[in-house]
Design a protein around this ligand. Structure first.
Ligand code: ZN
Length: 241
């Protein structure tokens, strides 16, 4: 059983009717319902809850955190960002979606500006699988088409990903590294691009399958905790008294 927490700032849905019409219960609940299987235990958290819904207890009880944010990045408390960061270092998986590229936690984990090119024209996006052997691409065809999405284009200011799984092409001509993995401490981070709030992207079966695969991939491994600092030799070193 993988314990997943879906975090959404949950502001657009409250403030914009257009978004509320697509996600009446919020993006977090659409994702939670969409990825649910018997092997996943899901809870949600939102910005306006106390501690943004990310208490120590809840995070300690989370194997993989999914993050959707946009207009409220600055409202996320630095202490909570630090808490999430520490959990990632200790092995919690993190899936950052769409406009989460500018979230405090993603920027902190990347160490770069994370800026990109964008356009809201509701154009076609074709997501190409460029690493078909990767577990996050399991069951995903050669390409997935989303009829209407916001465009994100290169250059995407991130460090070179540890693994590149998907690349997007847009009708207007741009391309984008839309499925990237990063290893940070003992934690695994997956950035996945689609999911602009005015399009029903989080009902798309392949988008949901990719997030579900991401959860499975990012779940903590059983590796022992690394030991650091000054270290006594495991066996006698020749030539030393
Ligand atoms: Zn967007």
């Amino acid at each position: 059983m993988v314990k997943v927490t879906v975090w959404n700032e949950f502001l657009h849905e409250k403030e914009h009717e257009e978004v509320r019409n697509i996600y009446p219960d919020g993006i977090h609940n659409a994702i939670a319902e969409g990825i649910r299987t018997s092997e996943i235990e899901i809870q949600t958290a939102t910005l306006e809850e106390p501690e943004h819904g990310l208490t120590e207890e809840k995070l300690n009880n989370t194997d993989v955190l999914i993050w959707w944010g946009h207009m409220g990045h600055d409202r996320v408390d630095d202490a909570i960002v630090e808490r999430v960061h520490q959990r990632v270092m200790d092995g919690m998986g993190l899936i950052v979606l769409h406009s989460g590229h500018f979230s405090k936690i993603f920027k902190k984990l990347m160490g770069t500006g994370c800026d990109l090119k964008w356009r809201e024209a509701g154009e076609k996006e074709r997501i190409w699988t460029v690493n078909p052997a990767h577990p996050i691409a399991a069951g995903i065809p050669e390409y997935v088409t989303i009829d209407h999405e916001e465009m994100y284009g290169e250059h995407f200011d991130i460090p070179a990903p540890d693994e590149l799984v998907f690349v997007s092409w847009f009708e207007g001509g741009e391309v984008f590294r839309s499925g990237c993995t990063f290893f940070r401490g003992q934690g695994k981070v997956f950035y996945f691009r689609p999911g602009h709030e005015t399009h029903p992207t989080y009902y798309h079966p392949h988008v949901l399958q990719i997030i579900r695969n991401g959860v499975k991939w990012a779940a903590p491994s059983e590796a022992g905790k690394p030991v650091r600092g000054n270290h006594q030799p495991l066996e006698p070193i020749k030539g030393q008294a």
